[in-house]
Design a protein around this ligand. Structure first.
Ligand code: HXC
Ligand code: NAP
Length: 256
């Protein structure tokens, strides 16, 4: 039950959703579900070949409309280009899913300052770049907007050996909560999901390398003693990007 698709058919029809890091892992799984529910999807990350292969696969599997645009989330001009291309193709963008990330396991004292910059750049700067650019667009165009960011459980607690990621995810969480208040008056929602461990190649290769997997079974840290399944996360993300979670105003009532 928990790993079956949850929302009803066409729950996202008419919406355009921009997913950073949508070519792989959890971003790909969430993008697939959004397409199945009738959304248009834009996926953006650095590797165009990976993005294009995912776009072709998901278009074929779901019959949905998907656009792949290469972008380094750290580069504001490239971020603006993704938004311009998305609006040119689909007419508007309704939802931002901040999902792109970089991470690795390392004793902090062994990191170079560039290693720290790299993870903070992808996770925190990348998230505020897309959030700022789309926020300006929504406010300027008087459109409602919806931001969903993927953080992680250690955004609250911190975590040893992934310190740049913990700092960056805590920053994303603070931005999420701040903008939920500040931009509510524009009809822009801001939420985050904090997953525990979900198997993906990106995370497993970097955080639970083969030689450590015997000692560091990620399921052991979860009270229910199992890792997550992608559809479980896609169900929650699908709900949060849909109008079922909109807490909308009454018909006829205007946003200031
Ligand atoms: C220490 C490292 C390192 C490592 C890279 N660096 N890997 N330092 N340990 N394992 C250092 C490099 O030496 C360099 O510093 C600097 O970081 C930048 O490295 P580049 O390889 O040039 O960076 P780049 O090509 O931009 O690649 C970014 C990356 C890479 C983060 C290093 O791993 C990547 O592309 N990751 C994207 C996908 C990803 O990480 N997915 C996992 C998300 S999992 P110097 O000083 O040498 O120049 C996740 C889960 C959270 O977030 C919760 C799980 C429960
Ligand atoms: P993943 O497959 O490695 O996804 C990361 C994505 O980020 C990749 O598609 C990558 O694409 C993109 N990316 C990295 N650097 C980028 C940059 N500079 N510009 C643009 N895109 C960039 O890992 P995942 O496990 O699915 O992670 C997805 C999200 O879930 C992340 O936010 C992660 O922190 C979060 N999360 C995962 C877990 C888990 O257990 N898997 C748990 C908690 C939270 P390119 O290489 O093409 O750029």
């Amino acid at each position: 039950m928990y790993n079956e698709p949850m929302l009803k058919d066409n729950a996202l029809a008419g919406k355009t959703i921009l997913v950073t890091g949508g070519g792989t892992g959890l971003g790909k799984s969430m993008s697939k579900y959004f397409l199945e529910l009738g959304a248009n999807v834009i996926i953006a990350s650095r590797k165009l070949d990976v993005l294009q292969a995912t776009a072709d696969e998901l278009a074929q599997a779901t019959g949905g409309n998907i656009l792949a645009v290469a972008c380094d989330v750290r580069n504001y001009q490239e971020v603006e280009n993704v938004i311009a291309q998305g609006v040119a193709k689909f007419g508007k963008i309704d939802v931002l899913l901040n999902n792109a990330a970089g991470n690795f396991i390392s004793p902090t004292e062994r990191l170079s300052h560039k290693a720290f910059d790299t993870v903070i750049g992808i996770v925190l700067q990348g998230t505020y770049n897309f959030t700022l650019a789309l926020g300006k667009y929504w406010i300027d165009q008087k459109l409602k907007g919806n931001i969903l960011s993927i953080v992680t459980t250690y955004a609250w607690t911190g975590s040893a050996y992934v310190v740049p990621s913990a700092c960056a995810k805590a920053g994303v969480l603070a931005m999420t909560r701040s903008l939920a208040v500040e931009w509510a008056k524009y009809g822009i929602r801001s939420n985050a999901i904090a997953p525990g461990p979900f198997p993906t190649k990106g995370a497993w290769d970097r955080l639970f390398p083969e030689d450590l997997r015997g000692k560091l079974d990620p399921a052991n840290k979860v009270p229910l003693k199992r890792v997550g399944e992608h559809q479980e996360l896609a169900n929650l993300a699908g709900y949060l990007v849909s109008d079922f979670s909109s807490y909308d105003r009454k018909i006829g009532e205007k946003c200031e």
